[in-house]
Design a binder for this molecule. Structure first.
Ligand SMILES: *Cc1c(COP(=O)(O)O)cnc(C)c1O
Length: 385
């Protein structure tokens, strides 16, 4: 088989199963409206949970950062790319979340890859929730350590897997709030069984940070645990992009020696770190509380409305409210129909989610207004089968 034949066969397989992916350029993708050209839709697809991506004070902070530092960082943090702005933001984050250290990464994907690659050795075992994000499971698959997956949110099965004999060290991996289901992990129980097995716990709180917990400190704070490694990302509630690993001083020192995604990659622009500091200031302020309250009111409104309409909801209490549809074609068709009626939703299909559970992933944000939620419910009502 030639290169061309291999690629054509893979594309054909995707087309045949209704899982072919395509991007669509937008003129505005985050915020209340999704805009393309001169058309706009109510946007129920972005992860901009607090509506901060359009916040004037954060936009201004980024502009001022660019005026002060220029556009790029000029190199890896190990050479010239670690600015005072990076350091200040790392310190603010660490203090806010109660860790001695925070290390910035350019993305959550990179942070997860880096941490798992740097920490795990051949004789070790990673025990990960079956529904963990691709960046975690792929890193675990690539690592020389053994990967075992436990049933979603099942701390008893986790305990059984951790109890199996091993010559190495063990790391439990899970998320605060799951990206495709919107439900929360039972972090307290997971931390307990991990500790009982002398393992370490790594929590990816991409969807919890900024949104839940006191002053937006996230899922771990809400459930009163402190994992050895906490990954937070800034592409969701913070309205920007990038990520940080929160850990002890010695783990930070270790990652600075061995995390290749840090060492061999240009650090984020200093102006972005300035903007992130401003975003953090807002997240932890009274304004952040108001935005979280608005979001919560939308979640409650959506769930109670959906219940009245007998829509099939999940247990999710978060801003992610999936409606499980089942077949790929049906999910795609429904997403198209809803778009034709003014609501932009994304159909999520395998392999992102298990086969037969194609879904519409509704995300609610603080930039929505209550009538937007009502409109979404009406459109669902008009199209139910
Ligand atoms: C979005 C997401 C990531 C990836 O973060 P990026 O900063 O977008 O690369 C990692 N983990 C989870 C759970 C996510 O939802």
């Amino acid at each position: 088989m030639s290169w061309q034949q291999r690629i054509d066969a893979a594309l054909k397989a995707r087309r045949d199963t209704g899982t072919f992916r395509q991007r669509q350029p937008v003129s505005q993708g985050a915020g209340r409206w999704l805009q393309r050209g001169d058309k706009r839709w109510l946007n129920f697809s972005s992860n901009d949970y607090l509506g901060l991506s359009q916040h004037p004070a954060i936009v201004k902070a980024w502009q001022q950062g660019a005026e002060r530092y220029g556009t790029g960082s000029g190199g890896s943090g190990h050479v010239t790319g670690y600015s005072e702005a990076h350091q200040a933001f790392e310190q603010q984050l660490a203090e806010w979340l109660g860790y001695s250290h925070a290390l910035l990464f350019i993305s959550g994907f990179a942070a997860n890859q880096a941490v798992i690659a740097a920490l795990m050795a051949k004789e070790d075992r990673i025990v990960a929730d079956r529904l963990s994000h691709a960046s975690l499971l792929e890193a675990a698959n690539l690592s020389p350590a053994q990967l075992r997956r436990f049933a979603h949110n099942d701390s008893q099965q986790l305990a059984q897997l951790l109890a199996k004999p091993t010559d190495g060290l063990q790391m439990t991996v899970t998320e605060g709030i799951f990206s495709m289901d919107g439900d929360s992990a039972p972090l307290k129980a997971i931390a307990e069984v991990t500790q009982a097995a002398n393992g370490w716990l790594m929590v990816d709180d991409a969807h919890g940070i900024g949104v839940c917990g006191e002053k937006g400190r996230g899922s771990c704070s809400a459930q009163q645990i402190k994992p050895e490694v906490l990954v937070v990302t800034f592409g969701k509630a913070f309205g920007l992009s990038g990520a940080a690993v929160l850990c002890s001083d010695s783990v930070a020192d270790y990652l600075l020696q061995f995390a290749r995604h840090l060492i061999y990659s240009t650090s984020m622009p200093p102006a972005q770190a300035v903007a992130l500091s401003k975003a953090l200031e807002i997240v932890r302020s009274d304004e952040g509380d108001q935005r979280r309250q608005t979001l919560q009111a939308h979640i409650d409104r959506f769930r109670s409305g959906a219940r009245q309409l007998d829509l099939l909801l999940t247990e999710s209490k978060s801003a992610i409210q999936p409606l499980i549809v089942g077949e790929n074609a049906r999910a795609l068709h429904l997403a198209e129909t809803l778009r034709a009626q003014g609501c932009w939703l994304t159909a999520i299909r395998p392999p992102t989610v298990p086969a037969g559970t194609a879904r519409l992933r509704v995300t609610l944000t603080a930039s929505h207004q209550s009538q937007d939620i009502d409109q979404l419910l009406e459109v669902f009502h008009a199209n139910r089968q």
